[in-house]
Design a protein. Structure first.
Length: 345
């Protein structure tokens, strides 16, 4: 049985969090909110504790974990050969939604790094996450707190429904701020490379460190097994429904989706549509607005995919979003949840 703590972000009960931090100290697993998505944490330096993360998620253990730290000094205990660009990223964006890949020190077990010589490190800004890591007194390995392959949890209900009974503790602390997982950037190479796009964009990074590459294998399904972040090659963010992205001019997309909805209905299939708020009234079917701005789309996307499952739709069509700025991260997650299936309107 899982110990549940409900925490109000505006009035954090430190004693309640202490109970959860105790579990982490004992080598157990605790789910807590972060500014990106909820994380499923355990002591990153304890192999047995880390093993429990993989078990709770049903995750392949060659998929490395992100190590979450409370203050920046900790990075020097975990990693070596930290270069100037890494320092600049940490200075500008920590605490916050970016994870950096560095060469690991021996103290980081291979169970945590998925057998790699590198380690992913992030200093979250979420006040509940920070308090838990601080009280635990150890770095905390934490992947997104979903069953492997499912959309990452961005709301308290998501973790409660999916993970209650699978972990020792759960901290319910409201909605995540950004709703997509952190940007992952490898700074061990000559030119830093984004391995997973997130809300800190390529454009944001280039302003402070100059040229940044994006792992080319993220763009195409065929190249996915070449992805440099091992986690990017697995099926991901998948609701039970079959997802398609419909691309083209706005008017054509609306007509195309509506005709597909009609056809599916004749075939006895229930169809969901995900779109911008402004287009909502144009669609037939089970329509979910993702919001008006890219920020809203990012924060609503995973919840919308979960809602589609609740409505038991068979097929989901989503509008397409731009592939620059925050759109890069949104389209990365959307393409993965669609298994890269797109329809040209
Ligand atoms: O926002 C986030 O990053 C959330 C919250 C909880 O912090 N965590 C998260 O963790 O998304 P996870 O395990 O779901 O995704 C970690 C990603 C995976 O794609 C993994 O392969 C990659 O980071 N990664 C971790 N360590 C790596 C390494 N040493 N080299 C390359 N990729 C690595
Ligand atoms: Mg994940």
């Amino acid at each position: 049985n899982t110990i549940i703590s409900k925490i109000d972000i505006n009035n954090i009960d430190e004693n309640e969090l202490k109970k959860q931090a105790e579990l982490l100290k004992e080598g157990k697993t605790v789910i807590f909110p972060t500014e990106t998505v909820y994380g499923l944490g355990a002591n990153a330096l304890d192999e047995n504790a880390v093993k429990k993360i993989y078990e709770a998620k049903g995750r392949p253990s060659d998929n490395p974990l992100i190590v979450h730290i409370y203050n920046k000094d900790e990075v020097y205990n975990l990693a070596k050969g930290i270069n100037e660009k890494a320092e600049i990223i940490m200075k500008h964006f920590w605490p916050g939604p970016i994870t950096i890949i560095l060469n690991k020190k021996d103290i980081v077990p291979y169970k945590t790094s998925g057998g790699l010589e590198t380690v992913a490190i992030r200093m979250p800004s979420h006040l509940i996450a920070r308090e838990i890591i601080k009280q635990a007194g150890v770095p905390i390995a934490a992947p997104s707190a979903n069953i492997s392959g499912r959309p990452s949890p961005t709301k308290a209900d998501h973790v409660y429904e999916e993970m209650n009974g699978r972990v020792s503790g759960i901290v319910l602390g409201g909605d995540s701020n950004f709703g997509l997982e952190s940007t992952v950037i490898d700074v061990t190479t000559e030119t830093p490379m984004i391995l997973r796009p997130g809300s800190i964009t390529k454009e944001d990074l280039e302003k402070v460190i100059g040229e940044v590459l994006i792992d080319p294998s993220l763009a195409k399904k065929e190249d996915n097994d070449k992805a440099k972040a091992p986690g990017m090659k697995y099926t991901h963010y998948s609701p039970d429904a079959d997802v398609y992205i419909v691309s083209g001019d706005e008017r054509d997309v609306i007509d195309k989706i509506n005709s597909l909805v009609e056809k599916n209905k004749e075939d006895g299939l229930k169809t969901g549509v995900m779109c911008l708020e402004k287009n909502k009234h144009n669609y037939k079917g089970e329509v979910l607005s993702l919001g008006n701005s890219l920020e809203e789309v990012a924060s609503n996307l995973f919840d919308a995919l979960r809602q589609m499952d609740k409505m038991k739709v068979d097929i989901v069509y989503s509008e397409e979003f731009p592939t620059s700025g925050l759109g890069q991260a949104i389209m990365n997650r959307l393409l993965k949840s669609a298994g890269y299936k797109t329809i040209k309107a």
